[in-house]
Design a protein around this ligand. Structure first.
Ligand SMILES: Cc1ncc(COP(=O)(O)O)c(C=O)c1O
Length: 418
């Protein structure tokens, strides 16, 4: 069996459901080396692989879909051999890694046991709740490789809690905090070779919770799938730490009182694609949304929270159900206070924003991103002469030193995986 895996896989075959070319195959194999894009790598651990091939047809074309599941054996022998990619030019694009984590449960029951599987496509009923009624949530967190060779997560229990809050809002079963943390750890360690070298980026971890069971009439799905995949990433904005240019959206709104703006449900993101795409086409980095009632108070940016600095006071929109309670936002508030800034969570008007000394955004993906200009109703207001603001720089440094394990973790925010 080992020889099967010792042969060369191209990237496509490795991730493709088309292998092996027989109708039904069930293999139990232990192997320690495999090839990827023509290069050999040590497998991160001893694996038991079960492959099943299912063949379907659509429009006369055969669709082969192999389900390939891999479970970690007890004897983890990890490798630190890095994947052979251009680590210096990582953006925020999707790059598939080796493994994903999958766990399922029926409505009204609890998640019990999940497993690591080879990363690949998943099968779902066309009548799945997530596909028809948007019953889905996602999370986003990062794993960093530290200078001393450890791998660390930043406040992952906060993501677990936020997913649970979202699941309650969306009538979904959710993993416990412990199950979430264990699944994240397993996924990160299984994909260890995809964690960028220190200082070159991070492994972005994407937990999904989906109503995967079939429904026809509107109702919570009868089955839920919790899945985690990961991708190495660099900067979210091409600007990196250089200031970004935002445009205030006056026609479209991201959320409304009583809606789902405060949870990380998938529909919130589909709803901003039109405004986001238009802004990008006009050369803006992102969109800043306003409240839909008064149309004058700041909410947030498509994937991050916003902060406004005036003198020594930092203001940010209060959490009131229409904006996402960002984990970076919460951390930055604590860090800023510990550095002596006054931080207020309140209504922040467009006028207040445009007369600010500095503006910056926070989020897992964007970290702390200074804002260089804001365009409102065609008028552009600039901040900081194109330079990174003093406060944003200070907070960015403090946060990233903590996240990368350089500064002492006085807050107890870091989870070490090794
Ligand atoms: C709409 C929105 N706001 C804010 C954030 C920032 O949240 P966090 O700091 O937890 O990444 C995100 C990112 O997940 C987001 O999607």
């Amino acid at each position: 069996m080992e020889s099967i895996f010792a042969t060369t896989f191209t990237q496509t075959t490795f991730l493709s459901p088309l292998w092996p070319p027989s109708n039904e195959v069930s293999i139990i194999a232990n192997f320690s080396h495999f090839s990827f894009s023509g290069r050999k790598f040590a497998a991160p651990f001893s694996l038991k692989v079960q492959k099943q091939l299912a063949i379907g047809h659509s429009n006369g074309q055969a669709i082969n879909s192999a389900k390939c599941s891999a479970t970690l054996s007890d004897t983890l022998s990890q490798t630190s051999t890095l994947a052979d990619i251009d680590w210096d030019n990582l953006g925020f694009g999707f790059l598939p890694t080796d493994y994903m984590y999958v766990m399922k449960c029926a409505r009204g029951e609890s998640f019990s046991k999940g497993e690591l599987k080879r990363y690949g496509n998943i099968e779902m009923s066309p009548a799945a709740g997530i596909l028809n009624y948007g019953q889905g949530l996602f999370e986003g967190l990062k794993a960093y490789r530290t200078q001393d060779g450890n791998i660390v997560l930043f406040r992952p229990e906060e993501n677990a809690l936020r997913m649970r809050a979202g699941a309650e809002r969306m009538c979904m079963a959710a993993p416990t905090v412990e199950q979430f943390l264990e699944a994240v750890k397993e996924t990160v360690l299984a994909n260890e070779r995809w964690i960028p070298p220190t200082g070159k980026g991070s492994l972005y971890i994407r937990p999904l919770l989906m109503g995967s069971g079939s429904v026809l009439g509107i109702a919570p799905a009868p089955e839920y799938t919790f899945l985690i995949y990961a991708s190495p990433v660099g900067n979210y904005f091409k600007e990196g730490l250089a200031p970004i240019n935002l445009v205030i959206e006056t026609d479209f709104h991201r959320a409304s009182p009583g809606g789902t703006g405060g949870v990380k449900t998938i529909g919130n993101y589909a709803a901003v694609l039109k405004a986001h795409t238009a802004a990008k086409a006009q050369g803006y980095s992102d969109v800043l949304y306003l409240d839909c009632v008064h149309k004058k108070y700041l909410e947030e940016v498509s994937s991050c929270n916003v902060f406004v600095v005036k003198d020594n006071v930092i203001s940010t929109p209060a959490i009131k159900g229409t904006i996402l309670p960002g984990i970076t936002r919460k951390s930055i508030i604590d860090i800023a206070r510990s550095l002596g800034f006054e931080v207020v969570e309140q209504l922040v008007s467009v006028d207040q924003l445009l007369s600010a000394d500095e503006v910056f955004c926070t989020g897992t993906a964007v970290v702390v991103s200074p804002v260089g200009s804001i365009t409102h109703k065609g008028e552009r207001t600039s901040f900081g002469d194109g330079k990174v603001g003093r406060v944003a720089q200070q907070l960015h440094t403090a946060l990233t030193r903590l996240q990368m394990g350089i500064a002492e973790d006085n807050m107890d925010w870091i989870v070490k995986l090794k």
